[in-house]
Design a protein around this ligand. Structure first.
Ligand code: KIV
Length: 272
């Protein structure tokens, strides 16, 4: 279905709020390097997230916990060099904002100064309100992240759907209202019931971007490696794979190996 929408030469935090007001869904996707970010940006994705999921998909760690602030800055600066249109949001990694609000501000400033990112994302609600306020007071836009927050995986124990029980759902709604009142420009809701996500999106004026949170929110985010099928072992119900790049790349690389072994590559035109 084609959607009439305003053209944005450069997406800003203001554009996202306009999109929500105008009923235009927001597209968001991760990228962690220059080449992938170029493709994602050219495809008109509104928001590029330099997610700490780089810890899983780029470095092969089991969780997002090991990635460092320096590594996030490296990924974000590579992405920024590729991007002309999208708003680039950078995750502040685990251990770089939880201890106190001064540390949170220092980390956010390093990301903005050293990578050129446009905004930061943090996981959590009331527990990190002071840090969010301090970062916002420095003029740095903040995106919140509630529901399944992978930096707390050892507290949850599993990656299953969050906030199915009333108590956790109520806390999530309170946290979302707090994030809006504090001045966050958007909220990611990860892996929660679709009805709850819709209720949150209808209760706040800032955009709510879902991942495994149904279609009643203001936009969607996926990990680009999952969307193109580069990751094979990760198969949650919410994921729609648009291609099987793992297989396609594997086939191309096997062809190359065969061509080298059979002395077909390089041919006369492929040499000097
Ligand atoms: O790090 C990440 O990729 C994320 C998305 C899953 C929202 O936080």
């Amino acid at each position: 279905m084609s959607v009439a929408k305003k053209e944005y030469k450069r997406v800003t935090v203001k554009s996202l709020i306009e999109m929500k007001k105008g009923g235009e869904k927001i597209s968001m996707l991760t990228a962690y390097d220059y080449s992938m970010a170029k493709i994602v940006d050219a495809a008109n994705v509104d928001v590029i997230l330099v997610g700490d999921s780089a810890s899983n998909v780029m470095a092969g760690h089991e969780t997002t916990l090991p990635i460092t602030l320096d590594q996030m800055i490296y990924h974000a600066s590579s992405v920024i060099r590729a991007v002309n249109r999208a708003l680039v949001v950078v995750d502040i990694p685990f251990g770089s904002y939880q201890s106190d609000s001064k540390e949170a501000l220092r980390s956010a400033i390093r990301i903005m100064k050293e990578s050129g990112g446009h905004a930061v994302k943090v996981e959590g609600g009331l527990e990190i309100k002071d840090s969010i306020e301090r970062i916002l007071n420095a003029g740095i836009p903040v995106m919140g992240h509630l529901g399944l927050t992978p930096q707390s995986i050892y507290k949850f124990g599993t990656y299953t759907v969050r906030a199915k029980e009333e108590e956790e759902a109520e806390k999530l709604i309170e946290d979302a209202l707090m994030l809006e009142q504090t001045g966050c420009f958007a909220i990611v809701l990860e892996k929660i019931p679709a009805t709850l996500a819709k209720r949150v999106a209808e209760s706040v004026t800032i955009p709510v971007i879902g991942i495994g949170a149904g279609n009643g929110v203001d936009g969607q985010v996926l990990v680009v490696h999952d969307l193109v099928g580069l990751t094979q072992e990760f198969n949650p119900r919410f994921l729609r794979r648009y291609m099987n790049l793992y297989e396609e790349m594997g086939n191309a690389i096997s062809d190359y190996v065969n061509d080298v072994k059979s002395k077909d590559f390089p041919n006369d035109e492929e040499q000097y």
